[in-house]
Design a protein around this ligand. Structure first.
Ligand code: GLN
Length: 519
């Protein structure tokens, strides 16, 4: 396959990687640039910076270029193109793509080639979106820093010595490093929203069941949700509409039409927020949060007032127990889900010598293939589910979950959307919390309540923290199926930020030392 842009000026490649997905799509559709040029520019950028960032576990250069060429051919043929046709994307390595290595960040899946596409993968390909590769993540999506990846950490493009969040740190870092304008994440307790928050990007967790989980390697099935990530709210909404919708292959998928989030974003960009009630959750504003995060949040509240919204304080007393409930429910579900990695069906097999029994091979493979955090949660979960403990642990956690859902229901009587910081802290140094599980779990303080309730929630950059100079994310939570009002509010907030600063937060991400290196 030829590479048309590699001979053209390096500056044009750089420019294409700075554009939004919406801009790129417009230019591709009008013929101003080809999809192949756009894909090549991003592959060049990955080649230049990913040695430092390590957002990708696998780059699918050849298939990306041939997918792009197919979009260019379809355009030349006069075919109708989808709104994001020809635009590149980074896919979290927990979604399967036929024939492309998929590891979920684990050694236990090393060498496994999935024989099928996830429904989301199929939808992306059918929309003409060009898949650049698979992104790094905490092993089986357990973590908040991407340091639990068996393949080494991803680095935050804002400061390469810091974490990009997790578990979807690879997808978020790929966006912040301008390696891709679009990415897919998954969010079980915050793995889309917290990485978005600490990298100055946007990420949305749809209502539970809003996007198919078919072909997504399961962590905790009652919580897992796939969602869109990008550098702007509009790009996130455009991607949301591509991946959402009912899928008969996922029994938890909701039989609802795709939410009209792009129209909601246009409305948010063009209208103020008068008549919109925004609830500030009392329990998600405390001294557990970094002062620079709280001051950015307080400024966001002022911005909403200036936009005409009505601010109300809401009380959600059971949120205090959310983390404890989550760390019983998640390990319980994952200990059962991860039983399928038994050395027989997928990837790694260790100790398969002539005389070894199946059980011995299974034990040796799971011992060698799973990392410490995964083992910790499997053990915790097996314990919480065991006879005699089930009611005390898993049963109680489920009751707390109901109380949290009821807190949300009550809050949404007083407010149309709820807001909080998305992450209690800005990006912390690599190594700081990796040996302290409790400190790591606390990163999900603000995101977990929404996960337990199954509501839609997103993180939108609210600026840079006054104390650390690093990005802060604002969490906007809607009621179940309330994606449209959530996106409208996010878009209005982002538009106000852009009017004040001349661009979105990600536009001011550091260029990275190697960024000028082009082919
Ligand atoms: N950080 C949380 C955890 O470790 C969330 C993970 C996720 O959303 N996949 O469980």
């Amino acid at each position: 396959m030829s590479s048309p842009s590699s001979s053209s000026a390096s500056s044009s490649s750089t420019d294409l990687t700075r554009m939004t997905a919406a801009d790129l799509a417009t230019r591709i559709h009008s013929g101003e640039v080809s999809s192949v040029e756009v894909a090549q520019a991003h592959l060049d950028r990955i080649g230049a910076v990913d040695g430092d960032v390590h957002a990708f576990l696998h780059v699918s250069g050849e298939s990306a270029l041939s997918q792009a060429a197919a979009v260019d051919a379809a355009r030349a043929n006069g075919d109708t193109l989808g709104p994001l046709a020809g635009v590149p994307l980074a896919l979290k390595d927990v979604l399967v793509q036929k024939g492309v290595p998929t590891t979920a960040g684990s050694k236990i899946l090393e060498g496994w080639l999935p024989p099928y596409d996830a429904t989301v993968t199929t939808k992306l390909i059918e929309a003409g979106i060009v898949i650049l590769g698979k992104t790094n993540m905490d092993e089986f999506a357990m973590g908040s820093s991407t340091e639990n990846s068996a393949y080494g950490p991803t680095r935050n493009p804002w400061d390469l010595d810091r974490i990009p969040g997790g578990s979807g740190g690879g997808s978020a870092a790929a966006l912040a490093a301008f390696e891709a304008p679009l990415a897919i994440g998954t969010d079980t307790g915050g793995s889309i929203r917290q990485p978005a928050s600490v990298t100055g990007t946007v990420g949305a967790k749809p209502t539970y069941g809003g996007v198919s989980r078919y072909g997504v390697i399961a962590l905790a099935s009652s919580l897992d949700q796939v969602g869109p990530c990008a550098r702007t709210v509009l790009d996130t909404a455009l991607l949301h509409e591509v991946i959402a919708g009912h899928d008969p292959r996922d029994s938890t998928s909701i039989p609802q039409p795709v939410p009209q989030v792009v129209a909601a974003v246009r409305r948010g960009q063009n209208e103020d927020l008068s008549g919109v009630r925004i609830g500030v959750v009392k329990q998600l504003h405390s001294d557990a949060y970094q002062s620079g995060v709280l001051s950015s949040f307080d400024q966001a509240v002022e911005k909403f007032t200036a936009l005409g919204a009505e601010i109300v304080e809401v009380d959600c007393p059971h949120f205090e127990a959310a983390l404890a409930a989550y760390y019983l429910i998640l390990p319980s579900e994952c200990s059962s889900n991860l039983a399928r990695f038994d050395a027989m069906r997928y990837g790694l097999r260790v100790g398969d010598t002539g005389g070894a029994s199946a059980e011995e091979v299974m034990m040796a493979t799971r011992g060698a293939g799973f990392g410490p955090e995964v083992k910790r949660r499997i053990i915790l979960g097996a314990y919480a589910l065991s006879a005699g403990y089930y009611d005390a642990y898993y049963g109680s956690a489920q009751k707390v979950r109901t109380l949290i859902r009821q807190d949300f229901e009550k809050a949404y009587l007083a407010a149309d959307v709820l807001i909080s910081p998305a992450s209690p802290v800005t990006a912390f140094p690599i190594g700081e919390k990796v040996n302290d599980p409790m400190a790591m779990y606390l990163n999900d303080l603000a995101t977990i309540p929404g996960s337990l309730a199954g509501i839609p929630a997103m993180s939108v950059p609210s600026g840079l923290a006054a104390d650390t100079g690093l990005p802060v994310g604002l969490q906007i939570m809607g009621p179940a199926l309330g994606e449209e009002q959530m996106y409208r509010v996010a878009a209005a907030f982002e538009a106000a930020y852009v009017a004040e600063h001349g661009g979105v937060v990600a536009d001011s991400a550091p260029a990275l030392a190697t960024a000028e290196v082009t082919r």
